[in-house]
Ligand binder design. Structure first.
Ligand SMILES: [Zn+2]
Length: 53
């Protein structure tokens, strides 16, 4: 299962299989809205969560 780390409280957030880049997810711990982005690391795509404005 994929997961990202909340940039605000650093909790782990599990992603649904249909979650994709640009989607908004909510931190299960602090409830903050976060935007999913993709970071490329060594030719592999890794999801990260960014704080929304
Ligand atoms: Zn959080």
């Amino acid at each position: 299962m994929r997961e990202v780390s909340c940039p605000i409280c650093h909790a782990s957030i599990l992603l649904d299989t249909e979650d994709k880049k640009g989607d908004t997810v909510y931190c299960t711990y602090c409830g903050s809205p976060l935007k999913l982005a993709v970071k490329e690391v060594d030719d592999e795509e890794e999801f990260i969560a960014e704080e929304e404005d």
